[in-house]
Design a protein around this ligand. Structure first.
Ligand code: SAH
Ligand code: SF4
Length: 393
């Protein structure tokens, strides 16, 4: 092991994992191991194929790599993924995984995040987290009540997709586990779509999120189309521009209100980036077209943002923009200060938007029974602290 790899291994107390890394990170790791520069490209391509196309879990599977090099790799590195510490399966087939990340230093026990898999007949969607917790405190969101512990690394974001593909048997040539699977429909990849709608604000961790999108979309590996990868943001305007220019996944905006005074209360970030600036960034988002519409998410809060006048104002605000509006029934969580709008109110709102020419699907709540629905994610990392406080009090 080189001095660099050895010092990384000793401070982390674990070997660095190549699974989830970008090409540049894998190349740097191989350089640190002392591989000659002329070999690096070829070795990166080999590792890339085994890790991302074949789903290898052990260096010894990599039969086109010499036995001696496999031993060196296994000595210096791991192919470790986030560990599934709990799997809950909803009555509707939604699965929620509680994942433990590798410790970042000797004091760290390994932060926990949640990741949700939603199978449907024509697709399988994986909802991934980008941070442990969130700093933004939207008043209707459970995750917002959990303090930010830290940003996820690129490898930890990609690792969520790798875990799901392993668990669902979604790598070519690997067997599907048989215990109670709920895959998507026949002939559909188990994970065909990614949404960054788990814990955290992706555009507060833009470098790692964009690098992760690029790994997920790489045609020699995980091969998801960027059109099927959606980054959802509460409205970090300058980073929306960067996301469009440097990466270009599908964009979703958590709008939730049509007036600044109300949006300030629901999504406090609005005080920094108000509605008109946010919508301008959407109009400028490259590639937005009728085939690539921007999604506007709108949580339905009873008596707060759900009137017909607000539906009409929403249509007016979005005029001329290739958009679809996703109405999300509010998912309750313990102690939440809101209720979900009545069904008739949601339908009336949806009709107004639909009649103005916008698709306005109401997002069927999935996995509510296991607190896996939008905004209900919150990991044990915080829950334990709350429990400890209770015990102390
Ligand atoms: N931080 C990003 C992505 C994660 S939240 C964002 O805010 O866009 C994913 C979606 O779930 C967002 O639209 C969010 O506003 C919504 N959401 C949060 N809490 C919710 C709740 N309790 N019920 C329904 N949707 C919720
Ligand atoms: Fe954070 Fe998004 Fe929740 Fe707001 S809605 S607190 S930005 S996770």
């Amino acid at each position: 092991m080189t001095a660099l790899a050895a010092s990384a291994a000793s401070t982390l107390a674990v070997q660095p994992s190549l699974a989830g890394m970008t090409r540049a990170e894998i190349a740097d790791s191989l350089r640190a191991l002392g591989l000659p520069e002329r070999e690096i490209r070829m070795r990166v391509a080999q590792l890339w194929h085994w890790i991302y196309f074949r789903g290898a879990r052990d260096f010894d599977e990599m039969l086109n790599v010499s036995k001696a090099l496999r031993a060196r790799l296994a000595d210096a590195f791991a192919l470790r993924l986030p560990e599934i510490v709990e799997e809950q399966v909803s009555s509707d087939g939604t699965r929620k995984w509680l994942l433990r990340l590798a410790p970042v230093d000797v004091q760290d026990k390994g932060a926990e995040i949640e990741c949700v898999y939603i199978p449907e007949s024509d697709r399988g969607t994986l909802c991934v987290s980008s941070q442990v917790g969130c700093t933004l405190n939207c008043s209707f969101c459970h995750t917002g009540t959990q303090k930010l512990v830290r940003n996820l690394t690129t490898a930890e974001i990609v690792g969520q997709l790798l875990v799901a593909r392993q668990r669902l048997g979604d790598f070519p040539g690997r067997e599907r586990p048989t215990d109670g699977l709920t895959p998507a429909g026949e002939g559909v990849r188990a994970v065909s779509n990614i949404v960054f709608m788990g814990m955290g604000e992706p555009l507060y961790n833009p470098d790692n999120v964009m690098a992760a999108v690029d790994v997920m979309a790489d045609g020699d590996g995980l091969s998801l189309s960027k059109r099927r990868i959606t980054v959802s943001t509460s409205g970090v305007v300058p980073q929306i521009e960067r996301l469009g220019a440097e990466c270009g996944p599908a964009l979703a905006i958590s709008l939730h209100a049509v007036r600044d005074d109300l949006r300030n209360a629901l999504v406090p970030l609005n005080k920094k980036y108000p509605i008109h600036a946010l919508l301008q960034a959407c109009r400028d988002y490259p590639g937005a077209s009728n085939a690539r519409r921007i999604t506007f998410e709108y949580v339905m809060l009873k008596g707060v943002n759900d009137s017909p006048a607000e539906a009409k104002e929403l249509v007016r605000l979005l005029k001329g923009m290739p958009a679809k509006i996703n109405l999300i029934p509010f998912n309750p969580w313990p102690g939440a200060p809101y209720e979900c709008s009545d069904w008739e109110t949601i339908e009336r709102f949806s009709d107004i938007v639909f009649n103005a020419g916008y698709a306005s699907p109401v997002r069927t709540p999935r996995g509510r029974d296991i607190l896996a629905a939008c905004g209900q994610l919150k990991s044990e990392t915080e829950k334990l602290r709350a429990r400890a406080r209770l015990a102390a009090g």
